[in-house]
Design a protein around this ligand. Structure first.
Ligand code: ZN
Ligand code: FE
Length: 258
């Protein structure tokens, strides 16, 4: 049995999460995305670590801005999405949904998550019960649908529902408070959501990060994973619609929610 990886999450830019995962046995050290080279480097230096890999989820600037600088500093290898490989600075290895690879002796599974961007991927490490979801799933929310269709995004988000409920969900942004307000607006009677709102408000008041979340908590509180909720459907007057239609309506409403 292998000891778990050390995972450190930190804030960078304004609301981006950085995550550095480290295996003490092999020294393998990966940054999940690279929102800001200086912030990632500072976090590495704090613990005396050498970056060996970057796992890139998608091509947006706030996820790849640090790629080339970090590669220059550490000579790290960049693993990123095949379906938008041409947009990933410094990419060495292109992976797609269904691929698995080994990292620090652990299996990493790749999910395709089209919707936020055309080629967006997520990385899942079953042995660590950890999912690195990028801008596909947020705490109580999901990413904007910029490049794909609503149906694709619905599938991208919902493919995570069967993962073990204890799975940690590391996401790209601290958007939790705004997401929570929206979630309450469409499902005000959800007790788990009310409770989570209290926890999140206290965490933010103390300046703490609200993530990683878990699949179990998302199943109970994330409206985009709860398209079958009778209360949400009643609220939207969509009792007989498909889950994908409910998802699309929720995403439209969230786009203009204040
Ligand atoms: Zn993005
Ligand atoms: Fe982002």
């Amino acid at each position: 049995h292998m000891p778990h990886l050390d995972m450190r999450q930190f804030m960078c830019r304004s609301d981006n999460y950085g995550v550095i995962i480290h295996d003490s046995k092999t020294g393998a050290t990966a940054s999940i995305d690279a929102p800001d080279a200086e912030a990632v480097e500072a976090e590495l230096r704090k613990f005396g670590r050498q970056l060996t890999h970057i796992f890139t989820t998608h091509h947006h600037e706030d996820h790849v801005a640090g790629n080339l600088r970090l590669k220059e500093l550490f000579g790290c290898k960049i693993i990123g999405p095949k379906n938008e490989a041409e947009k990933i600075p410094g990419i060495d290895t292109a992976v797609k949904g269904g691929d698995t690879f080994s990292w620090a002796g652990r299996e990493v599974k790749v999910f395709d998550c089209p919707g936020h961007t055309r080629g967006h991927i997520a990385f899942y490490m079953p042995s660590e019960f950890s999912l690195f979801a990028g801008d596909t799933v947020f705490a109580m929310g999901c990413g904007r649908v910029n490049e794909g269709s609503m149906a694709e995004m619905w599938h991208s988000v919902n493919q995570f529902r069967p993962l073990p409920p204890v799975t940690h969900v590391y996401c790209g942004h601290e958007y939790t408070e705004a997401n929570c307000r929206f979630a309450l607006s469409v499902e005000p009677g959800n007790r788990d959501l009310q409770q989570r709102a209290t926890v999140v408000a206290a965490q933010r008041a103390r300046g703490e990060m609200t993530c990683p979340s878990t699949i179990g908590d998302e199943l109970k509180t994330n409206p985009f994973m709860r398209c079958d909720s009778p209360e949400i459907r009643r609220h939207l007057k969509m009792e007989t619609a498909t889950d994908a239609e409910v998802f699309a309506e929720l995403r439209h409403l969230k786009n203009s929610f204040k």
